[in-house]
Every structure is written in structure tokens, then in C-alpha cells.
Design a protein. Structure first.
Length: 201
């Protein structure tokens, strides 16, 4: 099966993008935006957003490959912990999310970034690592997005990771997990080794 990104077209010789892919950056720091523009591989258009609301608008109208969230002192006061959690969680639905942090990042924002992003990267940025991480995440995300469009599925969102299933037998398991998670009940998970008990817990 040949799965294509929703914004890709298949020609006779190769797969060609129909748009210039974008990388969205949530940051007040214009210098960081220029540095990213100069150092990120792949010919991506970098779009810097000053507020979480601006990022949300760009995510909804711009085909993008990744979201970068600046948590350096330059962005201090840009968002509350609640806004950051909501921003990261929403962004992870459609693309890889990279939190850009340094030693001065407030502890509550750092904790949220670790729980709600695909990767935290220390500043100053190691562009080789960022470029490699962005390349590796795209093929899997594009294939998963195609599967989500094509087949019925259920998603269970966790603090750090989510679980998606296309198996109808698992739909009931996820529904029970969601309802049980809202209680203080003790739950015993059973199953064969490697079936995902620890991940579900």
C-alpha cells in the first residue's frame, strides 16, 4: 500500500509536494525566527506566530510539517501553563511538536513541555538534531494521518503519549479506560507480554 501525505500528489516518476511546507514557530523572538529560517533543512517556510491564538489560526489554514514552541525567557509571559498545555495538546493532533527550552525555563512550563510535546530541545539549538528529528517524524505522521482518514479509529490521550487503535475490539477497552481514569478505582491489567499493558497504565 502506498500512503501519501494529504497534501502530496503522485506523478509517474516521483512524489511531488503541491505546496511549500511550513514550520510554525510560537515565539516573540525575531532573532530565533531568523536563525531557524537559516538553519532548518528542507526548504520549509518558517511562519512565526506571536500568540497561541495566532498559532491556532495558522495551524487551521496552513499545511505544516512541525510546530516549534519557544520556552526561553524571550517568551516569558506569552502564555499561562493552561494555555501552553492546550496549545501543545492541540498541535500534537496534526504534527510533531518540539519545545525549545533553556535553563531559565520556569519549572511548571518545563514539566508541561516534557509531558505534551514530542521532543524538548535545549537552546542554543543543535540544528543537526532538530533537522534529523523533523525528518524522522514526518513519514510516520503522514502514514498515520492517512490511516485516520481512511479507517474507523479511537484515540486515548495520556499525559505524555496517546494510544490509537483501528481494531474494533479495542474500542471498548479504550472507552472503559477513559471512564475508569476519572475514578480512584484500582485496576489490574492482564495480557500477554508486549501487548501494551504498561503503556495503557
Amino acid at each position: 500500500m502506498n500512503l501519501l501525505h494529504p497534501f502530496m500528489a503522485k506523478s509517474t516518476s516521483t512524489t511531488m509536494p503541491l505546496w511549500k511546507p511550513a514550520v510554525l514557530l510560537l515565539s516573540h523572538d525575531e532573532r530565533l525566527g531568523r536563525d531557524l529560517r537559516d538553519n532548518v533543512d528542507g526548504g520549509y517556510e518558517l511562519i512565526r506566530c506571536d500568540t497561541p491564538a495566532a498559532l491556532k489560526r495558522q495551524r487551521e489554514c496552513t499545511p505544516h510539517r512541525a510546530v516549534l514552541v519557544d520556552l526561553s525567557p524571550a517568551s516569558e509571559g506569552m502564555y499561562s501553563p493552561v494555555e501552553l498545555q492546550s496549545t501543545l495538546t492541540d498541535a500534537m493532533e496534526t504534527s510533531p511538536v518540539f519545545a525549545l527550552i533553556n535553563g531559565e525555563c520556569p519549572p511548571d512550563l518545563l514539566r508541561l513541555a516534557r509531558e505534551h510535546s514530542d521532543m524538548c530541545l535545549d537552546m542554543p539549538l543543535d540544528y543537526h538534531r532538530l533537522n534529523a528529528s523533523m525528518r524522522n517524524g514526518f513519514d510516520q505522521r503522514a502514514e498515520l494521518q492517512q490511516l485516520r482518514v481512511k479507517y474507523p479509529h479511537k484515540i486515548l490521550h495520556g499525559r505524555r503519549h496517546g494510544l490509537i487503535t483501528f481494531t474494533r475490539h479495542m474500542f471498548d477497552v479504550l472507552a472503559k479506560a477513559k471512564s475508569t481514569a476519572r475514578t480512584d478505582a484500582t485496576v489490574v491489567l492482564t495480557g500477554e507480554a508486549g501487548c501494551g499493558k504498561s503503556f495503557l497504565a
